[in-house]
Design a protein around this ligand. Structure first.
Ligand SMILES: C[C@H](O)[C@H](O)[C@@H](O)C(=O)CO
Ligand code: MN
Length: 412
């Protein structure tokens, strides 16, 4: 009997169908973020750091410096990740010899990405870039008191939505256009209300041109605080939760954008009762929004469990948001994305019926015994089978492949 067949039989003893879990997992796309590949630098013809309170630290060799290098790294990474996934692109990652300012970007500046995505058979998601620009140096963009600055960013946001819609059209798969602005105050502001009113009015203007939801979906991302905006973030959770519900956009829950002890998984079912769809930025905050690569830890597992137990996989877009420049960037992508998939697989292998029955009967002892005893089941064998069926390596082969690729790009 193969290792997998033995594992399959053990799960079957609990009434779990490993084949069903494997088949379901294959069809869950993860939107991998382009910015892990180059430390959130982008390809605009200028220098400068990401700003906006986000920061990649480290100087590991091999950072992608051009769109071609980034695509080569992505090609490799997708080959190591079982299943078919998406790429989450930021507007600062344009691929063109032209030098459009943010309020001048057009679809043509991103067309090479779409050609590549078509060839790879992957979908694209998109983000306007409201940071790393002189007009964001005040840490205020859409909520800036200066109408000229606000209008500049509204134009950028509208153009991003057009680009996202065209991407969705070209690829036959709706492109999520996620809006995150760094706006906030280092010290206690006098007029939070005015700032929030300005942000709301700018968002309204930005989102007013009608777009086909079959082609692009608007999402808004809240945040607790960032470096340099410790006292007040204009686009807080409450702000965007209300906005998303009123406007029918997706709400983006970034796991690093809440108080460190908050349980983000708990928010899913609560938000989902008032929203059609949710976007996740799966991340790992350490003391702050540090964007560490995700581990297969309790937080990630709790998130995956909620997606499955609350039946939210069909209306949650799973995106990743981490960037670590102290380790191989391709290894970060591959291991991080696979960790999300491993968590989903474990969630899909839960004895849900038994757990639900116990909970409904207030039999918390059975619920407790089941969850804990279940942790000993051979998940690794099911994961290895999933990888094998999807031509993705595991174990020492995976490690060797990751090391060999890293060696091939270290001289950059
Ligand atoms: C680069 C991303 O847009 C960014 O990480 C954003 O999603 C965020 O989480 C900012 O803290
Ligand atoms: Mn995020």
């Amino acid at each position: 009997m193969s290792t997998y067949d033995s594992a399959k039989a053990q799960f079957a003893d609990w009434g779990i169908d490993t084949e069903a879990a494997i088949n379901r997992l294959k069809d869950i796309p993860i939107s991998m973020h382009c910015w892990q590949g180059d430390d959130v630098v982008g390809f605009e013809k200028k220098t400068g750091t990401s700003g906006g309170g986000i920061q990649a630290t480290g100087n590991y060799p091999g950072r992608a410096r051009t769109p071609d290098e980034l695509r080569a790294d992505l090609d490799f990474a997708y080959g190591m990740i079982p299943g078919s996934h998406r790429l989450n692109l930021h507007a600062m990652y344009l691929d063109t010899d032209e030098t459009p300012d943010r309020d001048e970007i057009e679809y043509k500046h991103f067309a090479p990405w779409v050609d590549w995505a078509k060839a790879q058979g992957i979908g694209l998601d998109f983000n306007p870039t409201f940071f790393a620009h002189e007009k964001a140096d005040d840490n205020l963009t859409l909520s800036h008191p200066d109408k000229g600055v606000r209008d500049f960013w509204i134009e950028h946001g509208q153009r991003s939505r057009d680009i996202a819609a065209r991407m969705g059209n070209e690829l036959g798969s709706a492109c999520v256009n996620n809006i995150w602005v760094p706006d906030g105050y280092k010290d206690v502001p006098i007029d939070r209300m005015a700032a929030r009113q300005r942000l709301q009015a700018s968002l309204d203007a930005m989102l007013s041109p009608k777009q086909d939801k079959g082609l692009m979906l608007d999402a808004v991302e809240s945040k607790l605080f960032g470096i340099g905006v410790e006292a007040c973030t204009v686009g807080s959770h409450e702000f965007y939760m209300g906005y998303a519900i009123r406007k029918g956009t997706l709400l983006c829950l970034d796991m690093g954008h809440f108080h460190p002890t908050e349980n983000i998984a708990d928010k899913l079912s609560a938000c989902a009762l008032s929203l059609d769809e949710i976007l996740l930025h799966v991340s790992r905050p350490m003391r702050w929004d540090s964007d560490h690569v995700i581990l297969l830890n309790d937080d990630i597992q709790a998130m995956a469990n909620e997606l499955v137990t609350a039946d939210l996989l069909g209306r949650t877009r799973i995106g990743l948001d981490f960037f670590d420049a102290t380790i191989s960037r391709t290894a970060a992508w591959v291991i991080g994305t696979r960790n999300m998939q491993k968590a989903l697989l474990r969630a899909l292998l839960l004895p849900l019926d038994q757990l639900r029955k116990a909970e409904e009967a207030l039999d918390f002892t059975t619920r407790f015994m089941l969850t804990e005893e279940f942790k000993d089941l051979p998940f690794g064998a099911v994961w290895a089978e999933f990888c094998a069926r999807n031509d993705a390596p595991t174990g020492t082969t995976l490690i060797n492949d990751l090391e060999a690729y890293q060696s091939s790009v270290s001289a950059r």
